[in-house]
Write a protein that binds this ligand. Structure first.
Ligand code: ADP
Length: 485
């Protein structure tokens, strides 16, 4: 049994219209700890009917929330932020139990999640309109911004709390009611957020969680119901495309945070120690299961050997283990299936001539554990050049010129995060402008925070989360033409 200071945070029912409810069918699904395989909780398994009721409740609750003065909405969100921070330890324990990440990373995720609630509680007050010069003297052009309306989200298991917070906080701040479907692997930290939403005074129907195993059924209701005006998704590109197509039938506004294939470029003039540190954190955080993880490490030939040897030494120092163990740097992967997928990418690369600089691989610690791997002499002919690895495997590629590095980096259908290390100001400008990515880390391996716009181009999606731009995804622009003046 998971030990918590506040056991009331561990919920197995869903939260709809201010009520904790069970599935109509009475069915449940199990959430297991990937480190031990043990059941953490049996969660009520909701489906399309309950989702429809949540949408209807949100639509009914919307006018009062929309018309609540923004200062009041901001205060309620601020209270929610304070409660999340006050409960960081318990929330992090729930997160590690359902997801596996080291407890220190789980705490970081909770504080990061809270930072979006804090930020958008402040930004809520700054959703300004415009007054525009008119074409005729007897007219005025005024632009106001209004909440888009009922918003639904579907989010993945890799950051189960933060991915919801990044969407829900701007939606509520803008004046939209919100319904979240967390990933079936990790619904518990989301349900805990709802406990604190209730305590903070978020009105009934404004924040709802529908947990269920049948994602396609819940997703179909969310994307087809005409009451839903905005749909926001984080997950794989394949599922994102499907949901985007479903939303097209009722022309919903959408935001899509999809897959990545991040290049991490180390130039000859890089500060090597810093580049190694950045590559380790970018690659191995959350056991390599983030959409902004370094997926292809491109190293210029003059520093290739030195970088490979320092990087390999650092990887050998990483400790694999249960996330609750204080020494653990790398927890389990989410499922045994995820382990198998990563292993098949490594086998393909080895067969095609890659060198195992750190052998790693499946571990005796359990089905979901995979020890870190470093591969040298990787080429663009290997599957892991084009595919998102989503696991603790670092492939090293060698390049000779700046042009070659940028060309290799852009040789992908994805365009989410990219990174490069250089101390040359001219090169920094050229490469930063040349990379076809929504985000560029320059001499930095960790770039995400609530004050900056997170998002991708190409098949990595559309929309931005965080920053002053993030709230715009939840607002409609209305033009008022004042005549007869
Ligand atoms: P991942 O590989 O990270 O699990 P997915 O895109 O499969 O990425 O899953 C992300 C989220 O999308 C999860 O909440 C999952 O339940 C949901 N999902 C998966 N398939 C569908 C679908 N066909 N319709 C709606 N939601 C889906």
């Amino acid at each position: 049994m998971l030990e918590l200071t506040n056991p009331a945070l561990l919920r197995t029912q869903s939260y709809i219209n201010g009520q904790w409810i069970n599935a109509d069918s009475g069915a449940t699904f199990e959430v297991t700890d990937p480190a031990t395989g043990k059941v953490v909780a049996a969660v009520s398994d909701l489906g399309a009917d309950e989702t429809r009721r949540a949408i209807e409740a949100a639509a009914a609750a919307w006018p009062a929330w929309r018309d609540t003065p923004v200062k009041e909405r901001a205060k309620i969100l601020r209270r929610w932020y304070d409660l999340v921070i006050a409960n960081t330890d318990d929330l992090a324990r729930i997160l590690t139990a359902e997801q596996g990440k080291p407890l220190s990373e789980a705490k970081t995720e909770i504080v990061y999640s809270a930072s979006y609630i804090e930020w958008f509680s402040e930004e809520a007050k700054r959703a300004y309109g415009d007054v525009i010069a008119p074409p005729a003297r007897d007219r005025r052009i005024v632009v106001i911004k209004q909440p888009v309306g009922v918003t639904c989200s579907i989010t993945p298991w890799n950051f189960p709390c933060a991915m919801i917070a990044r969407k829900m906080a701007p939606a509520l701040a803008a004046g939209c009611p919100f319904i979240a479907k967390p990933a079936q692997e990790t619904p518990l930290s989301a349900l805990a957020l709802a406990v604190l939403a209730e305590e903070a005074g978020i009105p009934a129907g404004i924040f709802n969680i529908v947990a269920g195993e049948n994602a396609p059924a819940i997703g179909a209701e969310m994307t087809s119901n005409p009451l839903v005006r905005k749909f926001t998704f984080t997950g794989s590109t394949a599922v994102g495309k499907l949901l985007q197509a479903q939303c097209a039938q009722t022309m919903k506004k959408t935001s899509m945070e999809l897959g990545g294939n991040a290049p991490f470029i180390v130039f000859d003039d890089a500060q090597l120690d810093e580049a190694v540190k950045g590559a380790i954190i970018s690659k191995y955080r959350n056991a390599g299961q983030t959409c902004v993880c370094a997926n292809r490490i491109l190293v210029q030939e003059g520093v290739y050997e030195a970088f490979a040897s320092q990087f390999t030494a650092a990887v050998k120092n990483l400790t694999l283990g249960n996330g609750f163990d204080g020494h653990t740097d790398l927890g389990p992967m989410i499922t045994a299936k995820a382990v198998n997928k990563v292993e098949s990418l490594v086998e393909d690369a080895l067969q095609k001539g890659a060198q195992a600089l750190v052998a790693g691989g499946p571990s005796s610690l359990g089905d979901c554990f995979y020890a870190p791997v470093v591969l040298g002499d990787v080429t663009d002919q290997m599957n892991l050049f084009t595919e998102e690895i989503f696991g603790p495997v670092a492939p090293l590629y060698k390049f000779s010129t700046e042009e070659e590095a940028v060309r290799m980096a852009n040789d992908s259908k994805f365009g989410l995060a990219s990174y490069f290390y250089s101390r040359d100001i001219g090169r920094i400008s050229r490469v930063a402008e040349g990379l076809e990515y929504g985000m560029v880390g320059i001499n930095e391996g960790i770039i995400s925070n609530e004050m900056a716009p997170f998002g991708g181009v190409k098949e990595s999606g559309q929309g931005r989360e965080g920053s002053k731009y993030g709230i715009g995804d939840y607002l409609e622009i209305k033009y008022l033409c004042l005549g007869g003046i």
